[in-house]
Design a protein around this ligand. Structure first.
Ligand code: ADP
Length: 404
């Protein structure tokens, strides 16, 4: 007779299985720096077009990019990149994505379906299973960005991918002006909020019309609804992309618009709209930097100089905040000592603490304004001795012996 399991046992087994799955995904995705989801409240707003153009644009900026099409019922990425009919290959228990170019790899359910006209009738668990395969069994390798084209709405597939990815950087939400009043976009933004998925920005697509003869743009719908919506939800507004008949033609030919129409005014607009997403790369990195502790010590002849104004070099010490140990040291020569220059320069080096002997009141103020904490009155010791004492709360400080 089959052994019966109680609910506790089942829950425990599920938990173990889920942990194993999460681990498999983590291992498979560990060389992907940034993951961006492209979402929309409704179909037909140009979400897949934006996802394709964003992926191609990032690869044109020299980034290594993966494009994942999670639209199980209407995969359009193969068509938009003229990759229809391509077959997937497996290697060492992994699925190889389709290589579009040296810097762009693509995966879509479209590559798994034999008959593109056949309707896929899949229930939630089956969809979840195939999405899980995309993130745990596709050999994405080293990527700067993975762009995920989600199906419209806030259903099973977007939910699955957000949950499976776990640590996506955020979502780009695509809308059209006439939909702005509709609750769909709001639902999409609320969905992100509920899942703690940062909204990297809202893009208003098909806003205004660009004449294919004279390239002149007419704002048919007018207004700044997208901006207002972004403001209401306190998320960035990335900008508007006009209706451009050449975008339809490019899509029909499977030639990504941004690559084949680089010089067009619409391409210039798209550059402007996408630019902050590349910046967000820097912001994410800066943000990580901000969370680290870096301590600067003004040096003369290898030790802390008591006279701040006489310092020849700065020892910049990286701290591992978890273990409270020194993780690295770099000695840098500062720019010429002009008022205000050093605080700004040390801020740019991501320094957040400075240990000094003596320092004038005005200089101390300038450091504080640059988010750098100042500790004065330290003795002339080596940077390592001072930093370790500071971390252990045993740093001896006396008078601010030199205040100029
Ligand atoms: P979604 O993924 O939201 O369903 P698609 O990207 O498939 O939308 O776009 C729907 C249609 O609109 C396609 O024919 C596409 O070429 C066209 N399209 C998308 N953006 C624009 C635009 N800015 N100007 C003109 N046509 C566009």
């Amino acid at each position: 007779m089959a052994k019966e399991m109680n609910t506790d046992q089942i829950n425990e087994e599920q938990k173990v299985q889920m942990q194993a799955e999460q681990e498999q995904i983590k291992q498979n995705m560990k060389h992907i720096k940034h993951q961006i989801l492209v979402l929309s409240g409704k179909g037909g707003v140009g979400k897949s077009s934006i996802a394709v153009n964003l992926a191609v644009w990032l690869s044109m900026q020299g980034k290594k990019v993966g494009l994942l099409d999670v639209d199980i019922h209407g995969p359009s990425i193969p068509k938009l990149l003229n990759l229809e009919g391509r077959k997937l290959q497996g290697r060492e228990n992994k699925i190889e994505p389709i290589v579009y170019s040296d810097t762009l790899k693509v995966m879509s359910i479209g590559f798994m379906i034999q008959d593109e006209n056949a309707a896929l009738i899949w229930r939630g668990p089956m969809k979840h299973h195939v999405i899980k395969q995309f993130v745990s069994e596709v050999s994405w390798g080293d990527l700067d960005y993975l762009i995920v084209d989600c199906p419209p709405g806030t259903g099973d597939e977007p939910l699955s991918i957000v949950q499976l990815l776990g640590k996506a950087d955020g979502a780009v939400v695509v809308t059209t002006p006439q939909q702005l009043a509709v609750t769909d976009v709001k639902k999409c933004l609320t969905f992100c909020k509920q899942l703690n998925l940062p909204v990297l920005g809202v893009i208003e697509n098909m806003a205004g019309f660009v004449c294919s003869h004279c390239n002149q743009r007419t704002d048919i719908f007018g207004g700044d609804g997208g901006k207002q919506m972004a403001k209401e939800f306190n998320v960035p507004f990335l900008g508007s992309i006009p209706i451009d008949p050449n975008m339809v033609a490019a899509a029909d030919l499977g030639k990504p618009f941004i690559y084949y129409n680089k010089q067009s005014p619409t391409a210039q607009t798209i550059n402007y709209v996408f630019e902050p997403l590349l910046q967000s790369d820097k912001q994410i990195e800066t943000h990580n930097q901000e969370n680290k502790m870096k301590i600067a010590i003004p040096l003369a002849q290898g030790k802390l100089t008591l006279h701040f104004g006489h310092c020849e070099q700065f020892a910049i010490i990286d701290i591992n905040e978890e273990t409270k140990e020194i993780a690295g040291r770099e000695d840098l020569t500062p720019p010429a000592h002009e008022p205000g220059v050093l605080p700004q320069w040390l801020h740019e080096q991501n320094v957040n603490v400075i240990i000094a002997g003596g320092m004038g009141q005005r200089a101390q103020q300038l450091f504080t304004q640059n988010d750098i904490k100042v500790v004065v009155g330290a003795s002339s010791s080596t940077p390592e001795e001072l930093v370790l004492a500071y971390l252990q709360d045993t740093l001896q400080t006396g008078d601010n012996i030199c205040d100029h």
